[in-house]
Write a protein that binds this ligand. Structure first.
Ligand SMILES: *[C@@H]1O[C@H](CO)[C@@H](O)[C@H](O)[C@H]1NC(C)=O
Ligand SMILES: *[C@@H]1O[C@H](CO)[C@@H](O)[C@H](O)[C@H]1NC(C)=O
Ligand SMILES: *[C@@H]1O[C@H](CO)[C@@H](O)[C@H](O)[C@H]1NC(C)=O
Ligand SMILES: *[C@@H]1O[C@H](CO)[C@@H](O)[C@H](O)[C@H]1NC(C)=O
Ligand SMILES: *[C@@H]1O[C@H](CO)[C@@H](O)[C@H](O)[C@H]1NC(C)=O
Length: 492
């Protein structure tokens, strides 16, 4: 009797322990993180804000953009913690956001509407930035003037210079990325707004022709990619949007240029990876794999390259690695602002896992290591959970998610008091005191995914360290798709 009683207590204790351990692996609230990841984009808006604006500490800003060239260029996004409109990363962000919706929109529930609004905020602006057939607007706002001041977007009085690429001064990276983005977004709006979708597609073809015909590098801080690659990408997006075989032929004809281009990325041991996310080579291979998976005659070289990329990432693969891992398990790529690599690769891994599943395929990484979709998904979930707080510091790297998150992000609008709290105009250096202060930021930029921790899992939480504390729109854009996937996987 007595021993049975003891056994019962032990069993209860064991049951409680099992529950407690299980609780440790309880999924994060991916639904909450998804909502916040999309809300973030409202904090990055430039221009005349709509009544539907939810992040309401932000107000109208830069209402005369484009006036120096007699054009209306009001709207669009700041891509990071400054107030310049860099159209290259803005287009890249919008491509990723569109791709997130194309792959995972049906899993987003009521958040789909907000994701579509976030895309449209960019596409409305890009229709203005490309409405002259002989040119494409590359940047609005003088970056040096902007970076010299710590000023709210609502107060901007630095030069809002418009930089335009033309036939004489081409900028293929920015033009081609804009073409890809317009084509991708035209597919997004195909069902819900046919007329809008058609105008995006028409513009995509115009900008693609401009980019392809007048090739040349726009040599500024916005990027030094070579044309063939970005042209490939826009070619593929146009193929997908138009089903015109000549765009597909363009991709196949140019894909080989990737390997000879000087953007080849090296593995940690120095051996070459034939593509890297940095230049979006990985993106094109995985994107194309979706289509060629069911058409073996077309599978080369896309599927072998995509497989190789996966084998160069997953820890259980014996292949040379293109990434390293922090002691806490976070994936690292050399260079700055690590979470941009991590969120993009997570997106590609989930997309590829779905293709593998659909095609009933696995990946052979050598030494009898065969990886299936479940491996890719498990791996990605650990990365996502790290960002959301399952890490040595217990720190979420998404502002406003969980109880512990970065308080001093490198972001002008977030640092300086809002117009509601401080309606008077603040000049170039009036914000400096807030930058230098140890106090938390004045305004919560909910959903912002920052640059992330150092390779030893430490985090400074300092405005002086933008590599760690600055949010960028292209961290969030692929993460939107990843979070939608995990929200659906756990029925949240
Ligand atoms: C851009 O121009 C500068 C100065 O002319 C040059 O030093 C640099 O190598 C160029 N970069 C690229 C990617 O062409
Ligand atoms: C757009 O939608 C129509 C009607 O549903 C469909 O026939 C067409 O293939 C779609 N186009 C693209 C590019 O998705
Ligand atoms: C998937 O592949 C496995 C192994 O190649 C095979 O046994 C199985 O029948 C396939 N399933 C389907 C649904 O084709
Ligand atoms: C994926 O993770 C689940 C839950 O932790 C585990 O049951 C499963 O075995 C894992 N699958 C693979 C392929 O690692
Ligand atoms: C962790 O890495 C950072 C950045 O490299 C370095 O400054 C710091 O001293 C390291 N901290 C520890 C505890 O190793």
């Amino acid at each position: 009797m007595c021993t049975n009683f003891l056994l019962l207590r032990l069993l209860i204790a064991a049951g409680l322990l099992a529950m407690a351990t299980a609780a440790k692996v309880t999924p994060h609230n991916y639904a909450d993180a998804l909502s916040k990841s999309i809300l973030f984009f409202e904090g990055q808006r430039s221009g005349k804000l709509p009544n539907s604006q939810r992040m309401n500490w932000r107000k109208d800003s830069a209402l005369h953009d484009g006036s120096d060239v007699h054009r209306d260029l009001v709207g669009g996004y700041h891509d990071a913690g400054d107030n310049v409109k860099f159209n290259f990363p803005m287009a890249f962000t919008t491509t990723l956001l569109s791709w997130s919706v194309l792959e995972f929109g049906d899993l987003m529930g009521s958040e789909l509407q907000h994701a579509l609004e976030a895309i449209r905020w960019a596409t409305d602006y890009f229709l203005k930035a490309t409405n002259d057939p002989g040119s494409v607007v590359g940047v609005v706002g003088d970056p040096n003037g902007d970076h010299a001041c710590w000023q709210r977007p609502e107060d901007l009085d630095t030069p809002r210079t418009t930089y335009v690429v033309t036939k004489e001064k081409p900028g293929s990276e920015v033009s081609a990325e804009i073409a890809a983005m317009l084509a991708a977004s035209s597919i997004v709006f195909n069902q819900s707004d046919k007329a809008y979708s058609d105008s995006l597609l028409k513009r995509a073809i115009q900008v693609f022709q401009f980019a392809d015909q007048y090739q040349g590098s726009y040599n500024t801080s916005i990027g030094d990619g070579a044309c063939p690659f970005y042209c490939d990408f826009s070619g593929y997006m146009l193929y997908k949007a138009t089903k015109e075989p000549n765009y597909w032929k363009y991709v196949k004809d140019h894909i080989h240029n990737l390997e000879s281009s000087n953007t080849v990325v090296r593995n940690v041991d120095g051996s070459p990876v034939p593509f890297g996310w940095d230049s979006m080579h990985a993106g094109i291979n995985i994107l194309v794999s979706q289509w060629v998976m069911t058409d073996p005659a077309n599978s080369n070289p896309f599927i072998p390259k995509a497989d190789q990329l996966i084998c160069s990432i997953l820890p259980e693969s014996p292949a040379p690695k293109s990434v390293t891992y922090s002691p806490g398990g976070l994936l690292f790529k050399p260079g700055c602002c690590n979470l941009q690599h991590m969120t993009s690769l997570s997106f590609l891994l989930i997309v590829y896992a779905r293709y593998l599943k659909g095609a009933n395929r696995t990946i052979n990484c050598g030494n009898n290591v065969v990886l299936g979709p479940a491996h890719l998904i498990n791996f990605t979930r650990k990365q996502v959970d790290y960002i959301l707080g399952s890490n040595p510091l217990g720190m979420s790297y998404m502002v406003g998610y969980g109880t512990k998150f970065p308080q001093r992000i490198h972001h002008r609008a977030s640092v300086v008091p809002s117009m509601d709290k401080h309606p008077q105009h603040m000049r170039c250096h009036d914000g400096d005191q807030y930058f230098k202060s140890q106090a938390p930021n004045q305004n919560l930029l909910i959903g912002a995914v920052v640059g992330g921790p150092a390779e030893n899992d430490t985090f400074e939480d300092s405005r002086y360290d933008p590599g760690q504390s600055e949010p960028v729109t292209y961290n969030n854009a692929p993460f939107v798709g990843v979070l939608a996937f995990f929200k659906a996987l756990y029925n949240l």
